[in-house]
Design a protein around this ligand. Structure first.
Ligand SMILES: [Zn+2]
Length: 522
């Protein structure tokens, strides 16, 4: 009887497809779940040998299921480099087609499983990815593996030397790239699932202040300068010159966070870092590169002596909350760097700092996982009648120039953006997520989030440690606070790159904290 009870318990615990496959293999193809039980209940006239076999099978089953209940992880990369000719244009930036590739782009995938909960984190070398592209990838993942869409976090690093995967152009090579990317992301997650193996996880952090500077400054006399819409009175300027600086308009987040995943024999499997730095750049226009995010991934692999492992080690640098942060110290004389020099420096320096954190991390395999996803409806800041009146002639003349292959002026760009926003829905539902690994919390937001929002979430989170991954599960532009909206500047100008309602930030912050509270209540 005892063994029968055990079989029932075991049957109830086996949720995953892998467990089902293993059970079928153990009990014989097509065996009903109670097969082993019935064999044992009918024991009196059956041979002792048969009973022993059944006990042996159940013992094996017990140990194999116990092992599955412990933490498992899998990691993989999938190449998402575009062909030359795919456009690198943004909503505001005019770059044109890719004419060279400096280093390959990847979707870097990590899947974690504690026997009850399974989720995936994917970080893509891309500037920004629209929700529909990510939803396509998630649909393929769900169909193939059964991993639900709301258990997959997909984010972009914000390298600017990559296509913007948001449907900027209708040219066949550009739309084909979006489909290619969705499929390649899904392949990466499947490969990470295929690699699932017993794992141990640990984390820690350090401060790396050298490369994070707030790029929004109060500038003396800025009120007299007109914005692209011809309006004056804004207090804040992005990336100002050195003269007349008053003070930065927001804080920086100096934290470099490190999540380490190892095989149970101590070999590194994956390392996911998080740092709030927009991107570095210094890459020739038209060239494709993963920026410092790619350098970090390569260098941390070297430092961990994890080259050429089977399955390969996966280094990942995710973008924290960096909407207003870059690596330029506006109070110091501007330094000149050779192409690719600065991104290499920053990638190597952040990898060195992450490695120092890694050396002190204690890894554990008895951690539990949790995840939540909510959809939050938010209004779009659509142009009013006066703005459309302003935009229409500029848009028309700009379109003629654009079709002739000429660059647009800033007002022409923003006129085009106004016409784009006019056709947006009034309300969008954005996806927000929270994950829990032990007492570590991870939030995700589909925007270019300011440092103060990330710090606010870290400060109020019920978890012992928390970080936020931005540009995740969609792209809804910059996320200034209501106060930052009032101060003005590039990140607040209505465009596809800044489209959510003025009150979006407090609503998003509250929703992410609400999910972390729910997860932390365990
Ligand atoms: Zn940006």
């Amino acid at each position: 009887m005892e063994e029968c009870e055990m079989a029932k318990v075991l049957a109830g615990r086996q949720a995953g497809e892998f467990a089902a496959l293993e059970r079928r293999a153990l009990l014989g193809s097509g065996s009903p779940r109670g097969g082993a039980c019935r064999a044992m209940l009918g024991a009196p006239r059956r041979s002792v040998q048969r009973t022993r076999t059944a006990i042996a099978v159940l013992t094996l089953l017990f140990f194999s299921v116990s092992a599955e209940a412990a933490l498992r992880a899998g990691a993989a990369t999938s190449n998402i480099t575009p062909s030359m000719g795919v456009r690198l244009d943004g909503t505001i930036m005019q770059i044109g087609p890719a004419k060279g590739i400096h280093d390959e782009l990847h979707a870097r995938c990590l899947v974690l499983d504690d026997g009850k909960e399974r989720f995936a984190i994917v970080v893509c070398d891309n500037t920004m990815i629209a929700q529909f592209v990510m939803d396509d990838a998630k649909a393929i993942i769900e169909e193939r593996s059964g991993l639900p869409s709301n258990r997959v976090l997909i984010s972009a690093t914000h390298t600017h030397s990559a296509p913007r995967a948001i449907g900027i152009s209708d040219e066949p090579e550009d739309t084909a790239y979006l489909k290619f990317m969705a499929r390649r992301i899904a392949d990466g997650v499947q490969r990470a699932i295929n690699n699932l193996a017993p794992a141990e996880i640990g984390w820690g952090g350090t401060e790396v202040p050298d490369f994070v500077h707030n790029r929004r400054w109060f500038v003396e006399g800025n009120e007299k300068t007109a914005n692209p819409f011809g309006e004056k009175g804004e207090k804040v300027r992005m990336n100002p010159g050195r003269g007349s600086l008053i003070k930065p308009a927001g804080p920086v987040d100096k934290d470099l966070f490190v999540l380490s995943v190892r095989h149970t024999d101590g070999r590194p499997m994956a390392l996911l870092a998080n740092y709030g730095l927009h991107y570095i750049g210094g890459i020739p226009s038209g060239y494709v590169s993963a920026d410092y995010f790619g350098v970090f991934a390569d260098r941390i692999q070297e430092l961990l002596k994890a080259d050429r492992q089977d399955p390969p080690f996966v280094g990942i640098m995710s973008n924290g909350t960096s909407g207003d942060i870059n690596a330029i110290d506006f109070t110091a004389p501007r330094k000149r760097f050779k192409v690719y020099e600065r991104m290499t420096q920053v990638g190597r320096a952040t990898a060195a700092a992450a490695f120092e954190v890694y050396r002190k991390i204690e890894h554990r395999s008895d951690l539990s996982l949790g995840m939540r996803e909510v959809e939050l409806p938010l209004r779009i800041r659509k142009p009013d009648a006066a703005r459309l009146e302003w935009a229409k002639p500029l848009f028309a003349s700009g379109q003629v120039k654009f079709d002739a292959g000429k660059r647009l002026t800033r007002p022409e760009v923003y006129a085009r953006e106004a016409m784009q926003l006019k056709d947006y829905p009034d309300v969008v539902k954005i996806k927000l997520q929270a994950m829990r690994i032990g007492d570590l919390g991870i939030g995700s937001i589909p925007c270019e989030v300011f440092a103060e929002t990330g710090l606010g979430i870290k400060g109020k989170s019920p978890m012992k440690s928390t970080f936020t991954i931005e540009l995740a599960n969609g792209f809804y532009g910059y996320l200034p606070t209501p106060q930052q909206h009032q101060w003005g500047g590039y990140e607040t100008w209505p465009a596809r790159s800044s489209c959510l309602e003025v009150q979006a930030e407090p609503k998003i912050r509250k929703a992410v904290l609400g999910m972390l509270e729910e997860l932390g209540a365990k």
